[in-house]
Ligand binder design. Structure first.
Ligand code: PEP
Length: 251
């Protein structure tokens, strides 16, 4: 049975003090979410070491939003996978569309980062998704398939046990426009089929595939009711503990 996950991507929001309060509230309310739904919060790098002890003992797990593509050394401003591990991080998001768009994150770089993260014992939440132009040109299946092939086809079935895929149509991120449940489901089913072609049916069945893009308490239930949608990667709504928890309760 694949895991159901609701993950919050805080992006570049909150001071450390605000982040600790938010994490406290999420941890306190996490017991009100269904037992079979895992919770992850991806905080800014600066918050990780302070948030880790706050969520300890709750079901909430800790994620970074990125990691360096080198292990250590003269890479000013970067944060390595070992540094993430050393503060109690269990996951890292990789390939978020904002990083692809603003920080030249390529699929090639994502292969390197994914390998380093897995070797360090971090789980990876790999984001894929088409932009509006690609969707309007009817290229969304091809774009997502190519992203999956370019990155994940470099890994093994064993590696896939520690990888979550997040489908995030770029046109739905932070825009208030959500993909309809049908639009999301058809891409999720396609991702699962692509994974099955490479790794076999069982690995594809066991892989958690999250939907991200203006997911909120009011639309989470319909999205999560789809056969191939195993939860959400939540941006804006993860900054309010009540909304984040309500989304997890949509199961
Ligand atoms: C995200 O950036 O991962 C995201 C899904 O953002 P939002 O929920 O705000 O659209």
């Amino acid at each position: 049975m694949r895991k159901k996950i609701v993950a919050g991507n805080w992006k570049m929001n909150t001071t450390v003090q605000e982040g600790v309060s938010l994490a406290e509230a999420v941890a306190a309310k996490s017991a009100q979410t269904p037992e079979n739904v895992g919770l992850i919060i991806a905080t800014p790098f600066t918050h990780l070491a302070c948030v880790a002890p706050v969520i300890k003992g709750s079901k909430v797990q800790l994620s970074a939003q990125n990691c360096a593509d080198h292990t250590s050394g003269a890479y000013t401003g970067e944060v390595s996978v070992d540094m993430l591990k050393s503060v109690g991080c269990q996951w890292t998001i990789l390939g978020h569309s904002e990083r692809r768009q603003y920080y030249a994150e390529t699929d090639e770089k994502l292969v390197v980062k994914t390998r380093l993260a897995l070797e360090a014992g971090l789980g990876v939440i790999l984001c894929v998704g088409e932009n509006l132009e690609q969707r309007e040109a009817g290229k969304h299946f091809d774009v997502v398939k190519e992203q999956i092939e370019n990155v994940l086809f470099n890994f093994t079935a064993e590696d896939m046990k520690n990888i979550i895929v997040a489908y995030e149509p770029v046109w739905a991120i932070g825009t208030g426009k959500t993909a309809t449940a049908d639009q999301a489901e058809e891409i999720h089913a396609c991702i699962r089929k692509v994974l099955a072609g490479k790794f076999g049916e069982q690995v594809a069945e066991d892989t958690t595939i999250l939907y991200g893009g203006s997911c909120k308490p009011s639309n989470a239930h319909e999205l999560f009711a789809q056969k191939d949608i195993d939860g959400g990667l939540i941006g804006g709504a993860s900054l309010k503990a009540d909304d984040f928890i309500a989304i997890a309760q949509a199961y």
